[in-house]
Design a protein around this ligand. Structure first.
Ligand SMILES: Cc1cc2nc3c(=O)[nH]c(=O)nc-3n(C[C@H](O)[C@H](O)[C@H](O)COP(=O)(O)O)c2cc1C
Length: 263
């Protein structure tokens, strides 16, 4: 296996907090540079990266802390403002722009993870920000109300302790479809369930499901991790908060709503 594949194969998330050891500015610069090297649609680099170094702030914002945190936001403000500056009309504020921008943003975040690992720096990808109030996140990070959405955070640092095991993944046969998509049949479903149950694979989030009396890991997952599905499908709670925020950001237009340009 070459060095790149070895680095990728050795990836593992650090779920607890990181040690007090700090990254150097040089290492951070290298990670950021690599991250921004990632492919991006229409050469827009439709993201902003907010670098945090205050551990208390990190903990308050998304529940973890490390030497640095990179908050990756989908962001069309820069490209919109340059249009404005040059006297052009420009609009990527819609669901298509959001999906494309999200793609740029996530790819850049994962590249940061790989670059960090190549330097011996550990990481955690977390959507902890989304468990916070989004209004609070926008306020704390001074995010523009429109054309910007905080997508994902990469926490960087050095592991306090090694995870008990490296997480496995489902076999490619369940994920990769050659030529055409194929829904799994019952036999494949049973094999997927068995892979989650396999104590050697560590695919699931917890190994404690058996001790808690569950027959399968996925029984634990659907009841304990996901909780009961709501009786009525309603737009409330976090779903409403996200939808409202996407409307506010301009990425989602409610029906019959015309939009005004505002950079
Ligand atoms: C979108 C996303 C959000 C995640 N959020 C969290 C999180 O909030 N807390 C956490 O401990 N791990 C989080 N993770 C890490 C996953 O739990 C982890 O990638 C998965 O269990 C597989 O483990 P591995 O990365 O060590 O292979 C997140 C990963 C992704 C991609």
């Amino acid at each position: 296996m070459n060095d790149t594949l070895q680095t990728i194969n050795a990836l593992r998330s650090i779920h607890g907090n990181f040690s007090e050891k700090e990254l150097s500015q040089e290492e951070l610069n290298q990670i950021l540079k690599a991250s921004m090297k990632t492919a991006n649609a229409s050469a827009r680099q439709s993201y902003a990266i907010i670098v945090l170094d205050d551990r208390k702030e990190m903990r308050e914002l998304f529940g973890y802390q490390g030497s640095r945190a990179l908050v990756y936001c989908v962001d069309f403000n820069r490209i919109g403002q340059t249009a404005d500056r040059l006297g052009h009309a420009y609009d990527s504020e819609n669901i298509i722009g959001f999906i494309t921008g999200t793609t740029d943003t996530i790819l850049a975040a994962q590249t940061a993870v790989i670059a960090a690992a190549s330097l011996g720096i550990d990481s955690l990808i977390t959507n902890g920000l989304h468990r916070n109030s989004l209004d609070n996140v926008y306020k704390s990070l001074n995010l523009p109300q429109t054309s910007c959405f905080p997508l994902i955070t990469v926490v960087l640092g050095y592991a306090d302790e090694e995870p008990a095991s490296q997480k496995g993944r489902l076999s490619p046969e369940f994920i990769v479809h050659y030529g055409k998509y194929k829904l799994p049949d019952n036999s494949a479903l049973d094999r997927i369930i068995a892979e989650y149950d396999d104590p050697q694979k560590h695919i699931g989030l917890s190994d404690a499901w058996e001790k808690q009396g569950f027959r399968h890991y996925l029984d634990w997952y659907y009841t304990k991790w996901e909780g009961l599905p709501p009786k009525e499908k309603k737009i409330d709670g976090k779903i409403k908060e996200f939808q409202d925020r996407l409307v506010k950001s301009g990425f989602w237009w409610p029906e019959n709503n015309t939009k005004e340009y505002q950079y």
